[in-house]
Design a protein around this ligand. Sequence first.
Ligand SMILES: N[C@@H](CCOP(=O)(O)O)C(=O)O
Length: 466
Amino acid sequence: MKYISTRGNVNEIGFIDTVLMGLATDGGLLVPEQIPHIPAEKLQSMSKLSYQELAYEIISYYVDGEIPENELKELINKSYGTFRHPEVTPVQKIKDNMYVLELFHGPTFAFKDVALQFLGNLYSYIAKKTGVTINILGATSGDTGASAIEGVRGKEGIRICILHPHGKVSRVQELQMTTVNDPTVLNLAIEGTFDDGQRIIKEIFADLEFKEKYHLRAINSINFARILAQTVYYFYAYFQVAKEQDIKNLNFSVPTGNFGDIFAGYLAKRMGLPVGKLIVATNENNILERFIKDGVYQPGEFRGTYSPSMDIQVASNFERYLYYLLDENPSAVRELMDQFKSEGKIVVGEELLRQVQVDFAAHGVRNEECLQTIKTYYADTNYLLDPHTSCGVAAYEKSSIPNEVCVTLSTAHPAKFNEAIELCNIEQTYPEQIQQLFDKPQFLEVVRADNEEIARRLKKLFSSAQ
Ligand SMILES: N[C@@H](CCOP(=O)(O)O)C(=O)O
């Protein structure tokens, strides 16, 4: 399997080099040259596998022999051995036609653990095998940061710097990241939004001399390994629901900000999984909803919401989707991305929009609607939704397919977002791992959202001895 850039100016590379490159050197995103297609009979045989066995099958298509079978299996087993549920990502039926895929049973209680436990172990494996240095730079709107730190901390030869928007993540998200006291971990709280952080890291990655000199690696979903690991749970969910229901195509409602999680579902569909509609659930930061409904991709004004992990304007993985929408034509992608840079928007015509709407539906959930959905579901089903999952469920309810079977991705545990839960007058019990965070000291520095300032901090962190 070879990987290429959505913008067409990177020579094809293998899986490990793709992981190490993160953001493509031409500014685009790396994608497989050809998406593998899994025949129906093979899918049938996969349906009985455990999560770990299934992960091995799916991931192997993309690793394509670069990691020996026993080592890849070991890496996968180690990654999912840290999950609190034997099924890793269990599916719960909430009501007729409505399932929730619980992705929050990993160490930091968010779906990011599914990919970042894997990526942390993968980086460690690559470092040991090849001797390369792994210095990670990432941006978070709340969940990726803690999950990435948890995925790599204590692993020899790995250092990590995470930017988060100061005061714009939940209390628990902040504590999960900033109570880590380790010289190899640097938390910078930037004065700005997640979009500022994501822009800064992309600009720093684009400085190829700096990237090479300091061995910068990515943990955000710009790294294809993130998408790949997230693809597995779409297959797993499909197989679990198919055991209970006679389904042909299964719909998924996906709370999304950076378009990574839903792009993983799109990839699963292109691999042959019978997926119906992918419902894009956003909050009031609804650039993706507007694109899917009207074909106009244009950032709006930042809105603080109860689902801070989705407080995102510019969705990184949108470019990967554009690449497929534009028939894998890198020049067309380049042209649109240049237009986005110069004019601040991308507009697609009616024909392309029709294609978009074949695969996707969308709903942007208002703040009040998010809280109301938490309250209603708690009252009716006794199931406590976190505010991101609540957006997913609300988007499903608003879509035109409420009589078809749908799985909503539950991206986080409600204990991470008590700010919203307490406004619903619901008292929750914190899991022990979260409760203990409240007594710990914090380690973070507040900095200006300024490339030079961040680069200065990085040089210091990445030049220090481990
Ligand atoms: N919602 C994310 C934002 C970063 O997204 P990623 O999938 O690219 O890591 C977060 O919680 O940090």
